[in-house]
Design a protein around this ligand. Structure first.
Ligand SMILES: [Fe+2]
Length: 504
């Protein structure tokens, strides 16, 4: 029944010899014939058995072929029905075809005509059923395109389970991705008609079924259950997701139906979707590896720039950590925080174009030197331009020297014209610079750094970001011992906050 290609044919005629002739004519390997000369028994058979094709007489004593037609369509919507009659009328033919019959044959007919009509009906049915498969492939292409853009894997897996549920007529579908070595669940998605089924389709113990197999074939189990007061068959289908013969996940489906039939086309759809999930998981991992490699390379570059002046060592890391704290206080999501990490790491990358003599100069810069120094945001943009991966870093690089009052650089943007990323980075970047040791001076105290932030709140800095950052410090989230090698007394903040409030 599961994944079979047997064609279940029902022949109904109250004249037994006609039943016998038709049966004889349709003997074929993949036809399973059920023959009835009693229409009442045929109706019972239709209610309790799978049906693909019906050949029935139109007039059979007190029963009519129309009853057979209607019951078949109700129970087996994609079954093909051929009616036969010895007394044809145009009205009867139109009426029957309108009710969903596939064809109409006038007795007596040649067996060749019957065979060719049956052949056409089966082909027509195959086209209808293959349509399901094609729709699956359309979804697959959509999914493949979405993944090619290197975006949200969670959204992608949701699309896979929704598609599995729709194409296989499941009541619940779940997928989970695991770490192949530890079998720890990395992420999951589900689509269920009823909430309690979510637990069923996301049950991790099903992984045990694939402990010793490298086969990508689904594991299918059927059991009879009572569903809405009727006896039904529940199919549990587990489709493993393999990447290079290693298990990376499982798709788990629950299908409840009368006969527990799954067509080969539906199993093909499941294979297509599990392959799509496998390639998405694989691509996502590659994308993450590439991103990590790029970031490591760029971090190395950023460290090399810092190394030109040993007194600024660790600046990038500290600024990134402080910025993350502010981002969390602002309720930024994981994606925004990831972009922030990238932006903070890369923000001064343009300093690679500033000569050591300017970078490390302890006295005031000449106009020419200053021009070179303030070009570093734009040089930074030129360095990363063309690398799609680093696009999220652009607002950080471009705007971290803009000022709230419009007197910053390079664009002299003012207030909220400055991207929030630049406004945030500007506060923590300056804070760290004040606290850090310099060749010509020791790092200032927390009280001094906070005093500067408050003094230039609404002048150089976004007042809201300053307030949020002061809240972060006040809550003890910044570990000064670890970051700056000295302890700081945050009680100084109380006084300053009072001053800050008074000055607003
Ligand atoms: Fe900078």
């Amino acid at each position: 029944m599961i994944g079979d290609s047997t064609i279940h044919v029902l022949i109904v005629d109250d004249e037994e010899h006609i039943c016998n002739i038709i049966s004889e004519a349709l003997k074929a390997d993949n036809f399973q014939l059920s023959v009835f000369n009693c229409p009442k028994m045929a109706l019972e058979h239709i209610k309790n058995n799978p049906i693909d094709l019906v050949i029935t007489d139109l007039v059979m004593g007190e029963h009519s072929g129309e009853q057979i037609l209607e019951t078949t369509i109700e129970r087996h919507p994609d079954a093909m029905i051929i009616l036969m009659t010895a007394h044809p009328t145009v009205q009867a033919a139109i009426s029957i075809l309108k009710k969903g019959a596939y064809d109409f044959m006038v007795k007596p007919f040649k067996l060749d005509l019957l065979k060719s009509t049956v052949k056409r009906a089966i082909e027509h049915q195959k086209i209808l059923r293959d349509n399901v498969r094609l729709r699956g492939q359309v979804d697959f292409l959509k999914i493949a395109n979405a993944d090619a853009a290197g975006i949200d894997i969670d959204h992608f897996l949701n699309m896979v389970v929704e598609s599995c549920k729709k194409e296989l007529g499941a009541v619940a579908a779940g997928i989970f991705e695991i770490a192949p070595k530890t079998r720890e669940v990395l992420r999951f998605a589900s689509a269920c008609d009823r909430e309690e089924l979510e637990e069923v389709v996301l049950d991790e113990s099903v992984l045990n079924k694939f402990a010793r197999t490298k086969s990508s074939k689904p594991v299918i189990e059927a059991k009879r259950i009572m569903h809405d007061g009727e006896s039904k068959i529940e199919l549990a289908i587990l489709q493993p997701v393999f990447i290079r013969r290693t298990l990376h996940g499982v798709i788990n489906l629950r299908i409840i139906s009368q006969f527990g039939r799954i067509t080969p086309g539906q199993l093909d759809v499941l294979t297509i979707l599990s392959n799509a999930a496998a390639s998405a998981m694989s691509n996502h991992k590659l994308y993450q590896d590439v991103q990590r490699s790029y970031l490591e390379a760029i971090r190395g570059l950023a460290n090399a720039i810092e190394a030109r002046d040993r007194y600024t060592a660790g600046h990038t890391d500290r600024v990134t950590r402080l910025a993350e704290m502010v981002a969390h206080a602002l309720d930024w999501d994981d994606h925004q925080v990831m972009c922030l990490q990238m932006g903070c790491t890369l923000h001064d990358i343009g300093k690679i174009g500033v000569p050591d003599s300017i970078l490390n100069k302890q006295s005031a810069l000449t106009d020419e030197e200053r021009k070179k120094m303030i070009s570093h945001p734009e040089v930074g943009l030129r360095i990363i331009r063309g690398i799609d991966l680093f696009k999220p870093a652009i607002p950080y690089i471009r705007s971290h020297h803009e000022r709230w009052d419009g007197k910053g650089y390079p664009k002299k943007l003012k207030g909220v014209e400055i991207p929030i990323e630049g406004r945030l980075l500007s506060v923590v970047d300056t804070f760290d610079a004040i606290l850090s040791d310099r060749p010509y001076r020791k790092g200032a105290s927390l009280a001094v750094a906070v005093g500067e932030l408050v003094k230039y709140r609404g002048i150089q800095f976004d007042p809201n970001i300053v307030d949020v950052f002061l809240g972060v410090i006040r809550r003890g989230e910044v570990n000064f011992e670890e970051m700056y090698g000295r302890s700081e007394d945050i009680s100084c903040l109380d006084e300053i906050v009072v001053t800050e409030k008074a000055s607003v």
